[in-house]
Design a protein around this ligand. Structure first.
Ligand SMILES: [Zn+2]
Ligand SMILES: [Zn+2]
Length: 251
């Protein structure tokens, strides 16, 4: 299994997970033109994407979903609440239910409920069936729950949100209401909350860590990098960027 990103942050997210002939796309917050341009460097034909998984309805994740799926006839998997909030009523999709895994190609996908200010937000754990490797994706999470700690323990790879530095958010350019939303219980994980999560989950098997959804206004990659490097037993992180995402990482 391998993972790559076309871009990560509040201006658009799209993540690829691939195993042999199966390519999954998690979210697409980019216009069809942007998506196609960004996909180009991975030498993947959009029509070869086997399934799109949508985490929640916020525009940075869902903005380009319908166009992409319609254009290339790619099946979409999402929760009912997300479909109602993000898609046209007649749009056909496969239903995801938190805690009930589905198998697509050689990958088993487990949707996990997270606290975030959306209708039915999910994040995912991918399980490569032929070798047991597990990859977790966790962004757009307001706070860390006991359920999240259990679900995201014992992974081989983790893409984790490091959204904001609390001091930069506090003194930064966001209007007061947006500051409260981002920093609130149903907003995003701060650097400190994500570090705390890494301390609480079992990281014995973790060989790959990606820091993602890093705010361009309320955070700096160098701060995230330094905080993670100070932790024992955690691999040196790959930092996902808004413009470039990151290249393939094998798990
Ligand atoms: Zn987001
Ligand atoms: Zn969101």
């Amino acid at each position: 299994m391998r993972i790559a990103s076309l871009g990560s942050g509040s201006r658009g997210n799209a993540t690829l997970v691939q195993h042999e002939e199966t390519t999954l796309l998690i979210d697409n917050g980019f216009s069809l033109k942007q998506f196609t341009r960004r996909l180009d460097r991975f030498e993947i034909d959009p029509a070869s994407i086997g399934a799109v998984l949508l985490t929640h309805e916020h525009g940075d994740h869902s903005g380009g979903i319908e166009r992409l799926c319609n254009n290339h006839e790619i099946p979409l998997w999402t929760a009912v609440g997300t479909a109602r909030a993000a898609l046209a009523p007649e749009f056909k999709y496969h239903r995801l239910v938190a805690g009930q895994s589905v198998t697509i190609g050689g990958i088993e996908v487990l949707p996990v409920t997270v606290p975030h200010d959306a209708s039915e937000p999910l994040q995912f754990i991918f399980h490569q069936l032929d070798n047991g490797k597990r990859l977790g994706i966790l962004t757009d999470t307001g706070h860390v729950t006991r359920h999240i700690i259990e679900a995201f323990s014992c992974l081989d790879a983790l893409l984790l949100e490091f959204n904001y530095d609390p001091e930069m958010l506090e003194t930064g350019p966001y209007p007061e209401l947006l500051k409260q939303r981002v920093g609130g219980n149903l907003g995003h994980l701060s650097n400190l909350q994500s570090i705390d999560l890494l301390r609480q989950i079992d990281t014995a098997r973790l060989s790959c860590l990606v820091a993602a959804h890093i705010s361009e206004k309320n955070n700096r990659p160098v701060i995230v990098d330094q905080l993670i490097r100070e932790l024992d037993g955690v691999p040196t992180p790959v930092l996902a960027s808004q413009n470039e995402g990151f290249d393939w990482i094998s798990i």
